[in-house]
Design a protein around this ligand. Structure first.
Ligand code: PMP
Length: 545
């Protein structure tokens, strides 16, 4: 007997699958779903007049790939909240079954259990919020819960439950669904339990795109489990649960070429988490600090007084008195937001505001994610799809002294033009955004020789676009890059950055000349972007740039 047949509500097992029109089939006339035949009156979203796929096959495959399981082991849900609710409805009979939780933990487990009419049995984490697998096993053997929720890393305490402990509990409790909620798994070094959920019949893993992938607004998560459990979740799921724009947004954001941008952001959030924790370490009113997921959990001496100061600074956090007296969960935000939080604790953050910017630019011709950080030389990871252009952009960043990451997938089969131009535009936009109010910058910059070649790039980060290119090339291409695109690249950057860029290049060797233009541009940028002393003055007598 399968796990679903043994543990599910009998009436759900007896229920036929919901009777809805299936996924649209291209080339067929669709008169089976009582939809409106006219396109939706929403720009760019005209297909919204049609129901979405009941379960989005492409997204399910992509998420299965992401989590290292087969698509038959995964149910895409409306956030992982929805997966929690589906599990309750499929397995818990009202008034009879029990749901086990290990407090303090995510409130939705008990909430959805109660909505379903299930009983809630709770045990607590041990001293210092440690997870004691023996104690939880004893608890579960006594209470016999239908579902046992384990959150790792735990919201709000950050406690990590060892994989071996989860596996041991699942194997020791064959009549309980053991659910490992890995909503914050990407912020943790431990490997995911997802592959194990495909092989241990009563283990279920929950994942979400809301945290690490920045898609809380799209409401997409999933349950990973044995296929018969997935089949049951399909049965209790509402029809067409996932809106089409959310499905498309998730597929876009999870493009394989965007994974490194996600990894960079996770690293930034973790670095900020460590920085904020260190900055708070000596604050007298804080009794303890724990790090986990994308948040901190503090115990403070006087939560009411803190609440007043936070309200005055318009900073919102979550007070968690049931987790611990004076318990506060604080999400890690952008550096400037974290600085505002630190200020509430009287810690002044000596750092200047971050000069990082990230541009996402998707058109029918190119899909680009480009990030710069003007105050860090690393990482530099550039993939425009055109190797020589990558090399030139790397020169700009290396000589400019700033971090540049780029993933571009473009219509190179047609021509390189779109990719080259759109990347240049995105680079200009990113530099402009990262410069922010421009206070303290050098603003102007210059020049270099390279063997027989000399290149001079004059730059003024004035806010006014102007481009001048004085020089020419004998060859049509250098390293596969059309030389006629070189002036166009500087023009595109000048336009989107809002800068005057004058390039003058002379020499005999076209390779040297192209390379010298990019290197000199990087050097000029280095001077223009650099913060000049600590004055923070705007380098303009006009008072604006
Ligand atoms: N699990 C945990 C532990 C959470 O903290 C949250 C959200 N705060 C969720 C699940 C639900 O996330 P979502 O529905 O956005 O996937």
């Amino acid at each position: 007997m399968s796990i679903a047949q043994r543990l599910a509500r009998p009436e759900i097992l007896a229920l036929p699958p919901i009777d809805i029109a299936g996924a649209p089939v291209p080339g067929t006339i669709r008169l089976d779903a009582n939809e409106n035949p006219y396109p939706a009156l929403v720009q760019g979203q005209s297909a919204l007049n049609r129901y979405p796929e009941p379960q989005p096959a492409d997204l399910a495959r992509r998420m299965a790939d992401l989590y290292g399981v087969d698509a038959q082991n995964l149910w895409v849900s409306r956030g992982s909240d929805d997966a929690i609710d589906l599990l309750m409805r499929a397995f818990c009979t009202a008034g009879r079954d029990t749901v086990g939780i290990v407090e303090p933990t995510f409130a939705a487990y008990a909430q959805f259990a109660q909505i379903q009419g299930a009983k809630v049995a709770a045990t607590r984490l041990g001293a210092d919020f440690t997870f004691d697998a023996d104690e939880v096993l004893r608890f579960a053997q006594t209470e016999q819960p239908k579902i046992l929720f384990l959150c790792t890393p735990n919201n709000p305490t950050g406690t990590r439950i060892a994989d071996a402990a989860v596996e041991r509990l699942a194997r020791a409790l064959p009549d309980t669904l053991v659910v490992a909620d890995e909503a914050y798994g990407e912020f943790d070094e431990a490997p995911s339990l997802a592959p194990l959920a495909a092989s241990i019949a009563n283990l279920v893993v929950l994942r979400t795109l809301s945290k690490a992938y920045g898609l809380a607004g799209a409401r997409i998560g999933c349950a990973i489990a044995a296929p018969d459990i997935i089949g049951l979740l399909a049965k209790v799921s509402p029809p067409y649960p996932l809106p089409e724009p959310s499905i498309r947004a998730a597929l876009d954001a999870l493009g394989p070429e965007r994974m490194s941008a996600h990894a960079d952001r996770i690293r930034l959030i973790l670095a900020e988490r460590a920085r904020v924790a260190t900055a708070l370490a000596d604050v007298a009113e804080i009794r303890s600090i724990r790090e986990g997921g994308n948040f901190l959990f503090l115990e403070v001496a006087d939560p009411e007084a803190l609440a007043k100061r936070l309200a005055a600074a318009a900073v919102r956090v979550r007070f968690r008195p049931n987790a611990a007296p004076g318990g506060v969960r604080i999400t890690i935000g952008l550096p400037a937001e974290n600085a505002a939080l630190l200020a509430v604790f009287g810690v002044t953050d000596g750092d200047r505001p971050s000069r990082r910017a990230e541009i996402v630019r998707d058109t029918k011709e190119t899909r680009i994610v480009l990030a710069v950080d003007l105050d860090r030389p690393e990482p530099r990871r550039i993939d425009s799809g055109i190797a020589f252009y990558d090399h030139m952009l790397d020169q700009v960043a290396a000589h400019g002294g700033f971090s540049l990451t780029l993933a571009c997938s473009g219509d190179l089969g047609i021509d390189q033009h779109h990719s080259i131009e759109d990347v240049a535009i995105a680079l200009g936009q990113a530099l402009k955004e990262a410069l922010g109010d421009k206070r303290g910058i050098g603003r102007f910059g210059f020049a270099m020789p390279m063997d027989e070649t000399s290149a001079e790039v004059l730059i003024d980060l004035s806010g006014r676009p102007f481009a001048k290119f004085d020089g020419g090339f004998d060859s049509e291409t250098v390293g596969g890059l059309p030389t006629q695109m070189v002036p166009h690249i500087f023009r595109s950057i000048a336009d989107s950055l809002g800068a005057a860029i004058h390039v003058r290049v002379t020499g005999d060797n076209d390779h040297h000349k192209v390379e010298a233009c990019f290197k000199a541009f990087g050097r000029a940028l280095r001077q223009g972007l650099a913060i000049d002393g600590a004055s923070g003055a705007l380098p303009s007598t006009k008072g604006m740039l």
